[in-house]
Write a protein that binds this ligand. Structure first.
Ligand code: SF4
Length: 697
């Protein structure tokens, strides 16, 4: 039997064919007819069947403990969900609705996200629902909203083959979005005049393929983009007609970028004037300019500014809404986009409606048949765990994510989990470090074991069928959440089919900029994937937004924002912690390794985490290649072997973010070191600038 589905890892969203044998084992291959990957899969995708076929780590039954002094024991689903409902009701009665919260995931399917959001905001009466997408995309969301008026990725992967200049910044797609990068490589191989610029403090595989690598100092991105903007304006390499007709606030932007000379910018960024001008000349000469970025921009205390300053470059060059051009945020998770669409964050409402807008709150409340939606913004990811630590938040329900490894400042997360009155963890694997803190563990169905939809980085919605039964008593996440909601006494959660949840969400989008009201499971199953919006009967989806140059702002003009150029608070280093730690992914692992960590062949690239350190810094710290190295910050300690390499800029060190306690030891966990400093608007934490000391252990 063969099924077509979508890869469950990164936001590229590759199509996969799944064959199921008589022994119930599955085998995966790339779907050669899929518009995204045309049959290709990266190392993670092509090994997905090992993850599905090895069920040794699966959570099979609900487990519960009656108190922290008792071990957890197997219980029935009735006992588990009755207890959850009883505890939530009693906490809400005593402390109010804002004393409970949900922490969900960019890996959740759209229907799961929608139900969790409806349950929390519509019925529990709190906006305390946030997601691990906060750690990944929230700065990009704010950037798009501030520039275009709404969270809207303007372009498609199909624009890659039409572009002649790529600015890849704060991202290593060669490792983290490999199939997308393969399309860029192929395009350049076939069109040698295509130019690639990479901006990154590390010499990554993406940088090695580039025509120009600007190895900037971490945290100085805004200064660099503004310097490029200044040079483009000086040389007249801008689209004045586009600026005059379709944007606002250009003159303030111009004043800002001219307030720092290119010479000063060069000093601040650690990039030569010659290279800044070279990059600007390539961008200015291009006919199709695409900027691509990921965590290097988003995960920063100035993440919003980094995003808007990069988007400004698309505006001055008029490279938006036309073939082969536009800004393109790369999502790290398979359904971070779907989550944004259903409003699965503490400050958002479903279908891109605004929590701060009274009319929008009223519309959503009316749609769900509830009296009101609270106007108080909910706790964001880091705020939620701070509130658990302080005792303000009493109960948390964590679904499909492993905050003990992925959130910054792991020791604080441990303290928060210990201090919580009630922790529910809904997951597939006992290998998640978070499970050990749960009072109630709920076994969830995994990839191929349930149906639903996801949206990839280019707004492409895919249907994922159920191909195999979940093991033991595991259930689909929507079923668990709807069952809980009904035990809480809420109406509006009795669906017969998952398609009914999708239809409810789709009808809510009618008339909005993300209208998919003419899309349903039948069309997705029979006709394949669609890029939103799909606003009419028989509409085939929308590859590119803003072709009419009408943006979603009140004036319909795109807006230049004024990111602060020279004021980067994190630039003053503490002499006791003189190195800048940046964390990130490695090629063959994904997130906290609960799945990719099960596949032996994915460990041949990196079996254990290592610290990348520049030879000059290694010499100063008396560290040789392979030495065990102690890295300290104000928050904790990590001990790993050093890899001495000039792939990293002097003064900067790199640690992979994947390893946690269960897989190695808590001394390998990069987030022991990171801190909970966040961007003031997007509330996204900064994983790219932690001050550390380094010594030989
Ligand atoms: Fe999966 Fe991303 Fe690899 Fe494609 S590029 S196979 S979506 S991990």
């Amino acid at each position: 039997m063969e099924f077509k589905t979508t890869c469950s890892y990164c936001g590229v969203g590759c199509g996969i064919k799944v064959k199921k044998g008589n022994d119930n084992k599955v085998h995966v291959t790339g779907d050669e007819n899929h518009p995204v990957n045309k049959g290709m899969l990266c190392s993670k995708g092509m090994n997905l069947h090992y993850v599905v076929n090895d069920q040794s780590d699966r959570i099979l039954y609900p487990e519960m403990r009656w108190s922290r002094s008792h071990p957890r024991e197997r219980v029935s689903w009735d006992d588990a969900l009755d207890r959850a409902a009883k505890v939530f009701k009693s906490i809400i009665k005593k402390h109010g609705p804002d004393s409970v919260g949900f922490y969900v995931s960019g890996q959740s399917l759209t229907e799961e996200y929608y139900i969790a959001n409806k349950l929390t905001k519509g019925f529990l009466g709190t906006n305390n629902i946030d997601t691990n997408s906060r750690l990944c995309m929230s700065s990009a969301v704010v950037g798009y909203k501030k520039t275009f008026g709404e969270d809207s990725v303007p372009i498609s992967y199909a624009d890659i083959e039409l572009a002649d200049c790529f600015l890849i910044t704060g991202a290593n797609p060669a490792w983290c979005h490999p199939i997308l990068f393969r399309r860029i490589e192929k395009h350049k191989e076939e069109n040698p005049d295509v130019k690639i610029i990479v901006i990154d403090p590390r010499k990554t595989d993406s940088a090695n393929f580039a025509d120009l690598h600007l190895q900037l100092l971490p945290g100085t991105d805004v200064i660099l983009y503004n310097a490029i903007g200044q040079y483009l304006i000086k040389r007249g390499m801008i689209d004045e007609e586009f600026i005059n007709k379709h944007t606002e606030d250009f003159s303030a932007y111009k004043d800002l970028v001219f307030s720092t000379s290119i010479k000063q910018a060069s000093k601040l960024c650690g990039v030569s004037e010659k290279d800044i001008k070279k990059a600007a000349n390539i961008i200015g000469a291009s006919k199709g300019f695409i900027s691509m970025w990921a965590m290097g921009l988003n995960q920063s205390v100035v993440g919003t500014d980094k995003n808007t300053s990069l988007l400004n470059l698309s505006l001055i060059t008029g490279q938006v809404g036309k073939p082969g051009s536009g800004p393109f945020s790369l999502t790290g998770q398979p359904n971070a986009m779907g989550g944004r669409e259903v409003g699965g964050m503490a400050n958002l409402l479903a279908v891109h409606k605004d929590l701060q807008n009274e009319e929008h709150r009223r519309e959503v409340a009316q749609f769900w048949g509830v009296n009101t939606i609270s106007e108080k913004p909910g706790l964001t990811a880091t705020e939620m765990f701070e509130a658990l630590e302080s005792g303000k938040l009493k109960a948390v329900w964590i679904a499909c994510t492993n905050p003990l490894v992925s959130l910054p400042n792991s020791h604080q997360i441990e303290r928060a989990m210990k201090n919580a009155k009630f922790v529910v963890v809904q997951d597939i694997s006992f290998k998640s470090d978070t499970v050990s803190y749960a009072d109630l563990v709920l076994p969830a169905a995994g990839w191929l074991e349930k149906e639903g939809t996801m949206t990839n980085s280019e707004r492409r919605i895919s249907y994922l069928p159920k191909a195999i039964d979940p093991p033991g008593e595991a259930r689909p996440d929507v079923e668990i959440l709807c069952d809980f909601a009904q035990r809480m006494g809420y109406r509006g959660f009795s669906y017969n089919e998952t398609s009914e949840i999708y239809d409810e969400y789709a009808s809510m989008t009618k008339g909005t900029n993300i209208d998919v009201s003419f899309l349903n499971y039948d069309r997705l199953k029979n006709e394949g994937t669609f890029q939103w919006p799909v606003p009419e009967y028989r509409h085939q989806g929308t590859a590119r937004l803003f072709q009419d140059k009408k943006f979603y702002t009140p004036s319909q003009k795109a807006k230049f924002n004024l990111p602060v150029a020279n004021h980067n608070k994190v630039l003053d280093l503490d002499p006791d912690f003189p190195y800048i730690l940046t964390t990130g992914r490695i090629r063959d692992q994904w997130h906290t390794m609960t799945r990719t960590g099960k596949v032996a062949r994915l460990k041949t690239h990196y079996a254990v985490p290592v610290l990348q350190i520049n030879p000059v810094d290694a010499h100063l710290c008396k560290i040789s290649d392979g030495d065990i190295t102690e890295i300290k910050s104000k928050n904790g300690v990590v001990r790993v072997r050093a890899k001495v390499t000039d792939d990293i800029k002097k003064g900067v060190v790199f640690l992979p973010m994947h390893w946690g306690k269960q897989l190695q030891s808590d001394l390998n966990r990069a987030n022991n070191l990171t801190n909970t400093l966040v961007d003031p608007i997007s509330k996204e934490p900064d994983f790219k600038f932690t001050q550390v000391s380094i010594s030989k252990y």
